[in-house]
Design a protein. Structure first.
Length: 98
């Protein structure tokens, strides 16, 4: 199966270039690999901040497309409004050390 690598360019825990190098090594070994880099995404955005943002986040949309490629409902119905106050999410991003 294809390996999909997603990485944020603002990740200070694991530099995004490591994913680029990993992808090159996998391809050299004959693996099928796709890569996508997200400008401004941190290390924890996919697991903490993005799921709380709800609709409109490109990384969350890509992840949903990966796990459920043939959705029967439109994208805008998949994720509704955030259940968290935006100020709280901004504060969480600011104080997150990763």
């Amino acid at each position: 199966p294809e390996m999909c690598l997603f990485h944020g360019t603002a990740d200070v825990t694991v530099e995004w270039q490591q994913s680029e190098e990993f992808a090159a090594a996998l391809k050299q070994a004959g693996a099928k690999v796709s890569e996508k880099y997200y400008k401004g995404k941190s290390h924890t955005d996919p697991i903490l901040e993005d799921p709380l943002l709800a609709a409109g986040d490109p990384l969350m949309e890509d992840l949903l497309e990966l796990i459920h490629p043939h959705r029967t409902c439109p994208r805008d119905l998949r994720l509704r409004a955030s259940m968290q106050p935006q100020l709280l999410l901004k504060w969480g991003r600011w104080c997150n050390p990763f």
